[in-house]
Design a protein around this ligand. Structure first.
Ligand code: SF4
Length: 423
């Protein structure tokens, strides 16, 4: 394996034996092969687009979801990645059959490579990973672009779940990924990386619009961090549609819902605040989940990143559920929704009813919800406070601490900020 896609990578260079995140070498290799097949789809789709042919919307969505499943802390399940590879080969074949004869015959090998078995996958995976590009600068630029495409894919998938899609996003996924199979100049590769930034902003705007149209603008909110006496379901990840459907399916059941880690912002949306059984947020950030999930006592639903491997002392596997692009060996996976219907969370609700209430970790409230619309709504008050001298400086902190020692930069900065003299 060779994976250097996240800030936890070994020695800040690359994980080569097992991921610092816990990802096995076999999983990393299969993810490489999945991306190789996605490159093949991209090569065909990009050529089809250049020839003026229509590529089905479902191909773009598949591409986004498949890239999304390869991001850090989303999928640790070899069996599931094999399933994604098989699907990618089917998508590739179907697309090729629909455009063959009209896109020329010179196709990168990734567009024509197929295998029927896992042994074939493993053999091929060994030669198509990150290090298959020998030149370090070319490799860096190609992989930087692929990382950008993965981020765009995550946002695009979330927007698509809420019914917002943009053909230009799918087209850039095709053209961007296809470009990594070509010998391009440094200027061309840098241009594509910059374009990825531009498309990421377009995609974030689409997602922001999808979220706020569906659930309202986030508001400044005090979020309870204590626990109630009912059993609960803990939900993490970023999928707000899953949050909505879980809240509806737990209403009136005597089961409360708590957010964890990535799902904390759900507490700020007006559409979710109306549910009295949304009790608040439980535990710390994603990397505290081994401890937090243990003491939560009830079922845990991971809708997207970040799931981390369990430790041997952990006992919550029989309470762990995944959905969407997330998968973990031994956890029950809630299937995708059928068009026009909600996902079925009844198994999670039934299990919750048999569980003890969460163990209290802390009490009180935290404040969040400072989204752009809310900040702008307060702009006149902020400007007045600056003019009166009540606000003397702004400190912007964008980012979060990592889990390794020495990666608590943001905490250190916050603690080192000068105290305002009391007036
Ligand atoms: S995703 Fe995992 S394997 Fe890849 S660089 Fe990060 S820690 Fe290493």
């Amino acid at each position: 394996m060779f994976c250097f896609q996240c800030q936890e990578t070994a020695k800040n260079q690359g994980c080569t034996i097992k991921g610092m995140c816990g990802k096995e070498g076999s999983t990393a290799d299969l993810q490489d092969l999945l991306i190789y097949n996605l490159k093949g789809i991209a090569v065909i789709a990009s050529k089809a687009g250049a020839a003026g042919l229509q590529v089905p919307e479902k191909t773009g969505l598949f591409m986004a979801q498949a890239l999304f499943t390869t991001i850090t802390n989303a999928n640790f399940n070899d069996e599931d990645i094999i399933n994604w590879i098989n699907q990618a080969q089917s998508v590739k074949k179907e697309l090729f059959e629909s455009v063959k004869g009209r896109i020329g015959s010179e196709l990168h090998e990734s567009a024509t490579w197929y295998s029927n078995d896992v042994a074939g996958f493993k053999a091929k995976a060994a030669s198509v990973g990150v290090l298959a590009t020998a030149h370090e600068d070319v490799r860096s630029l190609r992989e930087l672009l692929i990382l950008g495409l993965k981020g765009i894919s995550a946002y695009a998938d979330h927007a698509a779940v809420l019914g917002v899609t943009k053909p230009e996003i799918w087209n850039f996924l095709y053209d961007g990924l296809a470009s990594t199979t070509k010998d391009l100049s440094v200027d061309e590769m840098v241009g594509l990386v910059l374009k990825a930034g531009e498309v990421a902003v377009t995609t974030m705007a689409a997602l922001d619009s999808a979220n706020t149209t569906a659930y309202g603008n986030p508001e400044i909110t005090e979020v309870n961090i204590g626990v109630g006496t009912n059993p609960g379901i803990l939900i993490s990840g970023h999928d707000l549609k899953d949050m909505e459907e879980l809240l509806k399916q737990t209403q009136g059941t005597g089961v409360d819902v708590y957010t964890h880690g990535e799902m904390l912002p759900a507490n700020y949306y007006p559409a979710f605040k109306k549910y009295s059984h949304l009790k608040g947020n439980y535990g710390g950030s994603w990397w505290h989940q081994n401890e937090d999930f243990e003491t939560f006592n009830g079922p845990v639903l991971m809708t997207t990143n970040c799931i981390i491997p369990m430790k041997s002392k952990n006992t919550y596997l029989n309470r762990l559920f995944t959905t969407g692009v997330v998968s973990y060996p031994g956890a029950v996976h809630v299937p995708d929704r059928v068009i026009g219907k909600a996902k079925d969370f009844s198994r999670i609700v039934a299990l919750a009813k048999t569980c003890k209430a969460p163990e209290e970790l802390e009490t009180g409230k935290i404040v969040g919800g400072f989204a752009h619309n809310q900040v702008l709504a307060l702009a006149d008050k902020v400007v007045a406070a600056v003019k009166s001298g009540a606000i003397k400086r702004f400190v912007v902190m964008a980012g979060c601490d990592g889990r390794q020692k020495g990666r608590n930069y943001f905490t250190e900065v916050a603690e080192a900020l000068p105290r305002m003299p009391s007036s």
